[in-house]
Design a protein around this ligand. Structure first.
Ligand code: PLP
Length: 409
């Protein structure tokens, strides 16, 4: 056998992984890093993480955990003390009637989702994913050998899934519905009435599990209240996984702690999977997350106020830019901007914008601004702005985008 054919026969991937796409958000972040390494001064609006530091008392708890020797394996499903804090959070903030045994702790919210889907999906199962969606949902579904059923939810519906569209998407093969509120990438927030209308449909289809991705729970603006499905319709609690974490609420993306609550059979399966995979989340990070959940909560209100103010600056500037349109998002730290009027135009450097991806690449190459194109989230022609960065950078990005759009032919 030649070296080349030996290499080809050994470099075979799992078929589901081979079919998966690398995250478009990370791809754009890599491109931004490459331009920066070349000396360009890029304003990146592509990373989905708060720009604040983790509050000091949380870091202190982690340091104390190290000093006190909490550096060994924990229980696979998480430290009991953290699971108690998680259960208390679900009771206090979400009105869910759960004890610590009804919770699981994983290495980030993403792993909660991955564990749940990997533990339950079989070949040919379907998962309903409303679009625009967080880039990872369809890819995780595909990695599990199942089929994402993407339901387009356009600007007319506020980028939200409507009951008729849900009903039409459900088949006997439907295993899960994924609901994300506030949404990445649109910032859309479901009201209590909207959740109840979706619940009415779900009650007619008892084979469907629901993943409520509440990771942006605390970033809801304009005095709106946050609601989660299992509270809106307690009859669905027995088949809902309510997922959350400390990443976005406490500026702790690097600590990698997520958690969830749901039916025991599902949590047990997730724990079994986790036991053969990571053996559980980092002990130090678990101590930090416990301090986050049990400690002072004033950071949340401060970061919400900062994001709300930035949203207002951003949306006003985008809507004053010719060719762009952006409805005011109600939550998270994203704006999903329509660029329909720019498709077909030509940039000052002579690039024809045939798609939203062309626009995102041209914004990076010609205006030094990093955004992620809408098609990556399942809806075009749009682009996503993550406005988790300081006012001066945000203002500079807005001015660059405005200048770029005004120079289009
Ligand atoms: N869910 C959504 C909608 C997200 O945007 C993210 C992160 O970007 C996650 C889950 C994952 O969060 P974590 O960093 O805790 O894994």
């Amino acid at each position: 056998m030649s070296d080349a054919s030996a290499a080809a026969s050994v470099a075979r991937l799992n078929v589901h992984l081979a079919a998966a796409q690398p995250s478009a958000t990370y791809r754009m972040m890599d491109r931004v890093a490459a331009r920066r390494a070349g000396g360009a001064s890029i304003v990146s609006l592509s990373a989905g993480e708060p720009d604040f530091d983790t509050p000091a008392h949380i870091g202190d708890a982690a340091v104390a955990a190290i000093r006190e020797g909490h550096t060994r394996y924990t229980q696979v499903a998480g430290l009991r003390a953290l699971r108690e804090a998680v259960a208390a959070k679900f009771r206090r903030e979400n009105g869910l009637d759960v004890g610590w045994q009804d919770t699981i702790v994983c290495s980030g919210g993403k792993q909660v989702i991955f564990n749940a889907l990997a533990a339950t999906l079989n070949l040919g199962d379907e998962v309903i994913v409303p679009a625009p969606y967080w880039v990872s949902y369809p890819e995780i579904v595909q990695l599990c050998g199942a089929r994402p059923v993407v339901v387009p939810c356009g600007g007319e519906s506020g980028f939200k899934l409507e009951p008729e569209a849900l009903e039409a998407a459900i088949t006997p093969r439907t295993r899960w519905l994924i609901l994300n509120s506030p949404s990445n990438p649109t910032g859309a927030v479901y009201t209590l009435a909207e959740l109840r209308a979706l619940a009415e449909v779900l009650l007619r289809h008892p084979q469907v599990l629901v993943l409520a991705d509440d990771i942006y729970e605390h970033l809801v603006f304009d005095g709106l209240a946050f609601h989660t499905l299992a509270q809106a319709e307690p009859r669905l609690a027995a088949r809902t996984l309510t997922m959350n974490g400390v990443s976005k609420a406490y500026a702790m993306t690097g600590w990698r702690i997520g958690f969830g609550t749901g039916p025991r059979w599902l949590l047990d399966a997730m724990e079994k999977l986790q036991g053969q995979q990571t053996s559980g989340a980092s002990s130090i990070s678990q101590h930090a997350a416990r301090a986050a959940l049990n400690g002072p909560q004033d950071f949340i209100a401060r970061s919400r106020a900062a994001f709300e103010r930035r949203r207002d600056l951003l949306v006003a500037s985008l809507n004053a830019t010719p060719g762009l349109r952006c409805d005011r998002p109600s939550g998270a730290f994203y704006a999903f901007v329509s660029c329909e009027a720019l498709i077909g135009r030509t940039t000052a450097a002579g690039t024809v914008l045939a798609s939203d991806e062309d626009l995102a690449l041209a914004l990076l190459d010609e205006a030094d601004v990093g955004v992620v194109h809408g098609a990556a989230f399942g809806l075009a022609p749009y682009f996503r702005i993550a406005y988790a960065l300081d006012d001066a950078s945000l203002d500079m990005a807005c001015r660059r985008i405005d200048r770029f759009c005004r120079a289009l032919r």
